[in-house]
Design a binder for this molecule. Structure first.
Ligand SMILES: Nc1ncnc2c1ncn2[C@@H]1O[C@H](COP(=O)(O)OP(=O)(O)O)[C@@H](O)[C@H]1O
Ligand SMILES: [Mg+2]
Length: 227
């Protein structure tokens, strides 16, 4: 499902160049559920954005769901993302003027999920994450934990092959977080979806099949840090 080779992304700030992420090699199979861990600032969000095709790295090969993202232009990557990838952003990125239900439905506009039953599927997802009675609330009228759960529903609405989540449960209490993650992972394993979740929570990481520490994928970092 995923193959990364010699991928690097840096940002330049004036004369200084900041290495945001470096991955020599990462392979993830179809249906795998992977926790991505690493200290703050080690490039976890950057890697997820590269996998989603939102960011283009400076170099390297990126294969996701059979497509070489490094050989595709921005609009082709956007289409690929809409069809194949569900993304839960670290900052959620819900649209404020729209209700929870509308935000989930907006996700369907960009993917293959815009069929006639989209509304039923959106309601049923919101119900499953315990927001059945909050569907017509706007993000500003929801708690951060509830907004997070709406973002998870939006990521699932298109039935994507690959689900990328950037600390999706950081604002949940333990019980709710555990329940939402279990529901996600159940849907994923029933339908053989691949899941990559950035997390700081060892309990959440344990629920995944495999844990990848971003630091272990980077070479040349010690030299960079020493400079
Ligand atoms: N747009 C940007 N411009 C400059 N530096 C950035 C930008 N985005 C991220 N970085 C830097 O890249 C590094 C990795 O960031 P990020 O992927 O967000 O880390 P993580 O998600 O692991 O906390 C950090 O050192 C961060 O400061
Ligand atoms: Mg991050």
């Amino acid at each position: 499902m995923i193959h990364l080779r010699d991928v690097k992304k840096s940002y330049s700030r004036g004369e200084q160049s900041v290495l945001a992420c470096a991955v020599d090699r990462l392979d993830i199979g179809t249906g795998e559920q992977v926790a991505l861990i690493g200290r703050s600032g080690t490039g976890k969000t950057t890697v997820l954005h590269i996998l989603a095709g939102i960011l283009r790295p400076d170099c390297g090969e990126i294969e996701v769901a059979g497509k070489r993202l490094d050989k595709m232009g921005e609009s082709a990557r956007d289409r690929h993302r809409g069809r194949n990838i569900g993304m839960v952003y670290q900052t959620f990125n819900l649209l404020q003027p729209f209700t929870a239900l509308e935000n989930v439905l907006l996700g369907a506009l960009f993917g293959r999920g815009a069929g006639g039953d989209a509304k039923e599927r959106a309601s049923s997802l919101l119900d499953k994450v315990g927001l059945g009675d909050r569907m017509h609330h706007r993000p500003g009228e929801l708690s951060v934990g509830q907004v997070q759960r709406v973002a998870i529903c939006r990521a699932l609405i298109n039935d994507p092959q690959l689900i990328l989540m950037d600390e999706p449960l950081g604002n949940q209490d333990k019980t709710t977080g555990g329940q939402v993650l279990d529901m996600m992972l159940q849907i994923a394993s029933d339908t053989n979806k691949t899941v990559i979740m950035v997390t700081h929570d060892p309990e959440s990481a344990k629920r995944m099949q495999r844990t990848v520490d971003l630091a272990s994928l980077r070479s040349g970092v010690a030299e960079e840090a020493a400079k």
